[in-house]
Design a protein around this ligand. Structure first.
Ligand code: SF4
Length: 450
C-alpha cells in the first residue's frame, strides 16, 4: 500500500497588542494565513515566523510594542511587524535591523505577502480547498490581473471614486507572485486591469520592493510603477496586455517593452472624446492636445501597435462642432478598435445635473456616426492583414467542423475581434498557433493554421 505523507505546513506565531480593532486585524490576518494552509504556533520555539501586531497609540504603547518585537527577535529571530507602529518603520529598523518586514495597519495583503516570503506556504492538493492560482471565472488560459483599486480622478460622468475611493495600488511583488501562480496553472495571457493603469504606484510613491528579478539588470527590486511592473510581468513568459492606460508622458516608456516583445503591442486607452471643450467639461485626466503626435510616434516605434478606445457621445454641452472634431480626430488617429457609448446620467455624478443635456435622438445620431466611421477604419485595417501571418491564442475549438476561434495580439477577450480558423484539427484552447490570414470583415479575421 502506498502511503502519502502530507507536507508539514509552516507555523506562524502571533503577538497581538493594542485595542480591539488591532485584534480584529490579527484575526483577519490569521484567518487568511490559516486558509492558505499555515498552522498557528502557541510558542516562539515552534514558529517558523513570528508576527507582531503593534500598537502606537501612546508612547507607553509604542514602548510595549518595541519590547515585544525585541522579545520575538531574541526568542525566534524571524519577525514580521505590522499594525500602527508600521508608520514608524525607521524607529523599528534602527533598534531591530533584523526584522524581516514592516507593514502598516490594515495592510492585510502586505502582511500576508511578508509571511509568504519569510515562510513560504507548502501547497498540497490533498488539503487545499482552492487551487494555488485561486478560483477563476475566466478560462484557464487567460486571467485578469488587478493591480490597483479606486481612482484619484474625478471625471464628471463617473462615480467610481465615490464608490471605491482613491487609488490604492497593490504591492508589485504580490502582483508578480499572483501572475506566477496563474501562469503555473495554465494562464497564457495576463490582462492587466485597474481604473487607471498609468497611475499605478502613485499613491505609494512608486516604492520599490524586493523581487527576484530574473534576467534583470535592474537589481533585485521592483518599483510600484507601470513600466517596471510591465517589464517584470513580461519576463514571466505569458502575453501581457495593458488595459485602461491613460496617455501620460511615461506611457512612451512602454514602447521599448513592446518592441522587445515583453508586452503585447496593444494599448487600451479610454479617450472618451477628442474635442478639448468636451474633455475639459468631462474633467478627464491626461487631456493632452499632442496625443495624435504621440500616437504617430508610438507607431513609428511599434508598427503593429493596436489601440483600442471608448468614446462617449452626447455629453452635456457637446456641440455639432465637437462631434465633427472627434470624427476628424478618429480619421487621423486610425484607432484599431473603438467602442462608443451614449452618455447616460448616473445618480451622484456631476454631469447628471449639468445644463445643456443632449436630446436622445441627437445622441443616437452622433453615436451612429462614430460607429460607422470606426467600422470603416477597422475593416480597412483588417483587410491590410490578409496574406500576413499572425500569432493566435486559441479560445475555443469546434470538434464537429474542425474549426477554432482565437485572438491575435490585437484582440482582447470579449471587447475586440476574433480570428476564425478552418482546418484546425489537433489544436486545443490555450495553444498559441501561427495563422495565415485569408479573409477579413469589419471586426474579425479568417485564416488557416500553418
Ligand atoms: S472615469 Fe475618471 S474618475 Fe472614473 S475611474 Fe476612470 S479616470 Fe477615474
Amino acid at each position: 500500500m502506498n502511503v502519502t505523507t502530507l507536507p508539514k505546513p509552516p507555523r506562524v506565531g502571533l503577538v497581538s497588542l493594542g485595542c480591539p480593532k488591532n485584534l480584529v486585524d490579527s484575526e483577519r490576518i490569521m484567518s487568511k494565513l490559516r486558509a492558505d494552509g499555515y498552522d498557528m504556533s502557541p510558542d516562539y520555539a515552534g514558529a517558523d515566523v513570528v508576527l507582531v501586531n503593534t500598537c502606537g497609540f501612546l508612547d507607553s504603547a509604542k514602548e510595549e510594542s518595541l519590547e515585544a518585537i525585541g522579545e520575538a527577535i531574541a526568542e525566534n529571530g524571524r519577525v514580521v511587524v505590522t499594525g500602527c507602529m508600521g508608520k514608524e518603520a525607521d524607529v523599528i529598523r534602527e533598534r531591530f535591523p533584523d526584522v524581516l518586514a514592516i507593514t502598516g495597519a490594515h495592510q492585510y495583503e502586505e502582511v500576508v505577502a511578508a509571511v509568504y516570503e519569510a515562510a513560504p506556504p507548502v501547497p498540497s492538493p490533498f488539503v487545499d480547498l482552492v487551487p494555488e492560482a485561486g478560483l477563476k471565472l475566466t478560462p484557464r488560459h487567460y486571467s485578469y490581473l488587478k493591480i490597483s483599486e479606486g481612482c484619484n480622478h474625478r471625471c464628471a460622468f463617473c462615480i467610481i471614486p465615490h464608490l471605491r475611493g482613491d487609488l490604492m495600488s497593490r504591492r508589485p511583488d504580490a502582483i508578480l507572485r499572483e501572475a506566477e501562480k496563474l501562469i503555473a496553472a495554465g494562464t497564457k495571457e495576463l490582462l492587466v486591469i485597474s481604473q487607471d493603469t498609468s497611475a499605478y504606484g502613485v499613491d505609494i510613491r512608486h516604492k520599490a520592493w524586493p523581487w527576484k528579478a530574473r534576467n534583470s539588470e535592474q537589481g533585485l527590486e521592483v518599483r510600484a510603477h507601470m513600466t517596471d511592473l510591465a517589464r517584470e510581468l513580461g519576463k514571466l513568459g505569458a502575453w501581457v496586455r495593458l488595459h485602461y492606460v491613460y496617455p501620460y508622458p511615461h506611457v512612451d516608456n512602454i514602447m521599448p517593452l513592446m518592441a522587445e516583445g515583453l508586452v503585447l503591442p496593444y494599448l487600451d486607452i479610454p479617450f472618451q472624446h477628442a474635442s478639448p471643450n468636451v474633455l475639459r467639461a468631462m474633467r478627464r485626466p491626461a487631456n493632452d492636445a499632442k496625443v495624435l503626435q504621440r500616437i504617430r510616434s508610438w507607431r513609428e516605434q511599434v508598427p503593429d501597435l493596436a489601440i483600442r478606445s471608448s468614446f462617449v457621445l452626447g455629453f452635456p454641452g457637446e456641440t455639432d462642432e465637437d462631434v465633427a472634431y472627434l470624427l476628424a480626430w478618429l480619421e487621423e488617429a486610425q484607432l484599431d478598435r473603438v467602442g462608443a457609448f451614449k452618455f447616460e446620467p448616473v445618480e451622484g455624478a456631476p454631469a447628471t445635473t449639468m445644463t445643456d443635456q443632449v436630446p436622445d435622438d441627437i445622441k443616437q445620431e452622433r453615436f451612429e456616426a462614430v460607429m460607422a466611421l470606426s467600422a470603416r477604419i477597422s475593416a480597412e485595417k483588417l483587410a491590410r492583414k490578409v496574406g500576413s501571418t499572425v500569432d493566435v491564442l486559441i479560445d475555443a475549438v469546434d470538434t464537429e467542423t474542425g474549426g477554432a476561434t482565437g485572438r491575435s495580439k490585437a484582440d482582447a477577450p470579449d471587447i475586440d475581434g476574433e480570428v476564425h480558423l478552418r482546418d484546425a484539427g489537433g489544436i486545443q484552447p490555450g495553444d498559441i498557433v501561427q495563422v495565415r490570414v485569408e479573409e477579413s470583415d469589419e471586426h474579425d479575421l479568417y485564416g488557416v493554421p500553418l
